[in-house]
Write a protein that binds this ligand. Structure first.
Ligand SMILES: [Ca+2]
Ligand SMILES: [Ca+2]
Ligand SMILES: [Zn+2]
Length: 431
C-alpha cells in the first residue's frame, strides 16, 4: 500500500503544478536563473544599490523633468502554425497599449480611485519598433520564424528555448540596445500555462527580454479577462526593474513585510488573484502613507498587480523613479541605442507628431532632440521670461544643442516648420 501512495502524491503534485495558469512566470524564471548562476543574487543586490543611489540623487528633479525616453523594440514571432503567426496589427496595437500606459494616456485612468489618482505617473517612456537591425540594415522591428516541429516553451528542462536559434528560437538582438519581445505558444500539453515572463535588469544578456503568449499580444479574443494588452505592460515593467506590487516572497502569509522597493505603492499580503475585488490586506504602511495618516486599500489599479486587464490603470511616481533609475544606470545603453525608431506601427497621434525624445533632460551640457523624420525645422530656445537664447535650423532627425553657456533652470523649446509650431516643451539646465 505504501508503495502506491508515493507515486500518487507525485502525480498529484505534478498535476497541481501544471493545472494552474500563471499570469506571470517571472518569479519562477528568476528562481531558475538563481539556481543556474551562483552570482545572480549578488548582481541583483549590487544593481539594487546602484539604482537606489540614482533615485536618491535625482528624486527632487523627477517630478518636473521634461523629455521622453524612447525604447526601440524588436518582436520575435516564433510560430508553429498560422494562428500563432500573429498579424502586424496585433503588434501595432500592443505598441499603442504600451505607449498609452507608460505615458498615462490610457482612457481608463479616470476610473482610478481618488485615493490614488494624484500619484498616477506619466512615466515618460515610449516604445517604437526598431528601424535598424544589429547590422545597421533597415528593419520593420519584427522577425518571424517558423518552428513547426518543436515546442517553444519547456518549463521542466529548458524554459528559454525561444531565445536561441540552437533550440528553434531566435537569438536576441543586442540586449543593451533593444527590448527583445519573443512571441510564442507557452501552453503545456495543449493547456494555457504562462501568459508572460521577463528578465530583470542585469540578467544574462543571452536571455534578456520579455516572452509573451501569442494570443495576449495587443487586444485579441483569448477568452480571458487579460485581453487588453496589459500582460506585456506588466512584463516590460519587470524588465525595467519593477517587482510585484505585493513585494513577492510572502506567498499569502499575511505578514505585510515584503517590499517592492517603492514607497507609494501600498503594502499587500498577496496578489489580487486576477479580480478587481477591492481589499485592504495590510494596515502597516510606508511613511509615504502613514505620515499622512492614511491606510490605503491595496492598489488593484496597478499594472504590477494581477488584476484583470480592465482594472489596471496606473503606475505610481515611485515606480517611475525606479524604472528611470534602471534606464539611466544598468540599462543606459537603450538610451543611446543606434536602433532608431520606425514610424511603422506608431498610432496616428504619434505618426503626426514630430518629436520622439529629448535626452538627457535635465542636462548640463549637450541635449539631443530626436525627431521622427527629416524636415526643415527651426528650434527656438527661450528662458522663463520669454527671452530668446538660441535659434537653430535642423534638417536631420537628430539635433544636438549645447546648453553649457545658458544659466541653469528651466529652458523652453519650440520646434517649428514653415512658421507653424509643431512641438514645444521644457528642458532643465543643471549646474
Ligand atoms: Ca510598496
Ligand atoms: Ca493598506
Ligand atoms: Zn509579474
Amino acid at each position: 500500500m505504501k508503495k502506491l501512495i508515493l507515486p500518487l502524491l507525485l502525480v498529484c503534485s505534478f498535476t497541481n503544478m501544471f493545472a494552474q495558469m500563471h499570469k506571470c512566470y517571472t518569479d519562477n524564471a528568476t528562481g531558475v536563473y538563481q539556481n543556474n548562476n551562483v552570482n545572480y543574487r549578488n548582481i541583483q543586490k549590487q544593481n539594487e544599490l546602484i539604482v537606489q543611489n540614482w533615485i536618491a540623487a535625482n528624486k527632487s528633479s523627477l517630478k518636473t523633468m521634461g523629455g521622453i525616453i524612447t525604447i526601440p523594440v524588436v518582436f520575435h514571432v516564433v510560430y508553429k502554425n498560422a494562428t500563432q503567426n500573429i498579424a502586424d496589427s496585433n503588434i501595432f496595437r500592443q505598441l499603442t497599449e504600451l505607449n498609452e500606459c507608460y505615458r498615462k494616456q490610457n482612457s481608463n485612468f479616470s476610473q482610478t480611485r481618488p485615493v490614488f489618482d494624484s500619484i498616477g505617473a506619466d512615466v515618460q517612456i515610449e516604445f517604437c519598433l526598431a528601424q535598424f537591425d544589429p547590422n545597421g540594415n533597415p528593419t520593420q522591428g519584427i522577425t518571424r520564424t517558423s518552428a513547426p516541429s518543436s515546442a517553444a516553451f519547456d518549463p521542466l528542462f529548458n524554459m528559454d528555448k525561444v531565445k536561441s536559434s540552437a533550440t528553434d528560437g531566435v537569438d536576441p538582438w543586442p540586449t543593451d540596445q533593444y527590448l527583445n519581445i519573443w512571441v510564442c505558444d507557452m501552453s503545456f500539453f495543449g493547456v494555457p500555462f504562462v501568459l508572460g515572463y521577463a528578465t530583470f535588469p542585469g540578467s544574462d544578456p543571452a536571455l534578456d527580454g520579455v516572452v509573451i503568449q501569442y494570443d495576449f499580444i495587443g487586444h485579441q479574443n483569448n477568452g480571458t479577462s487579460n485581453n487588453l494588452g496589459k500582460t506585456t505592460v506588466h512584463e516590460v515593467g519587470h524588465w525595467l526593474g519593477m517587482r510585484h506590487i505585493w513585494g513577492d516572497g510572502q506567498q499569502s502569509s499575511p505578514l505585510c513585510d515584503s517590499t517592492d522597493y517603492v514607497d507609494d505603492t501600498p503594502n499587500a499580503d498577496t496578489a489580487s488573484q486576477q479580480t478587481c475585488m477591492i481589499k485592504n490586506s495590510c494596515s502597516n504602511e510606508s511613511p509615504f502613507w502613514s505620515n499622512a495618516g492614511i491606510d490605503p486599500p491595496d492598489m488593484i489599479e496597478n499594472y504590477m498587480d494581477y488584476s484583470y486587464d480592465a482594472c489596471m490603470t496606473m503606475f505610481t511616481y515611485g515606480q517611475k523613479a525606479r524604472m528611470l533609475g534602471f534606464l539611466n544606470t544598468i540599462r543606459s545603453g537603450l538610451i543611446t541605442s543606434p536602433a532608431g525608431c520606425n514610424p511603422i506601427g506608431l498610432d496616428e497621434h504619434k505618426k503626426n507628431s514630430t518629436l520622439l525624445s529629448v535626452f538627457p533632460n535635465p542636462a548640463n551640457t549637450n541635449v539631443t532632440l530626436n525627431l521622427i523624420k527629416e524636415g526643415s525645422y527651426s528650434v527656438r530656445l527661450t528662458d522663463v521670461l520669454g527671452k530668446e537664447l538660441k535659434v537653430l535650423n535642423v534638417i536631420e532627425k537628430k539635433a544636438s544643442i549645447d546648453l553649457s553657456s545658458f544659466p541653469s533652470g528651466v529652458i523652453f523649446y519650440s520646434i517649428s516648420e514653415n512658421g507653424h509650431v509643431l512641438e514645444s516643451g521644457k528642458l532643465i539646465k543643471c549646474d
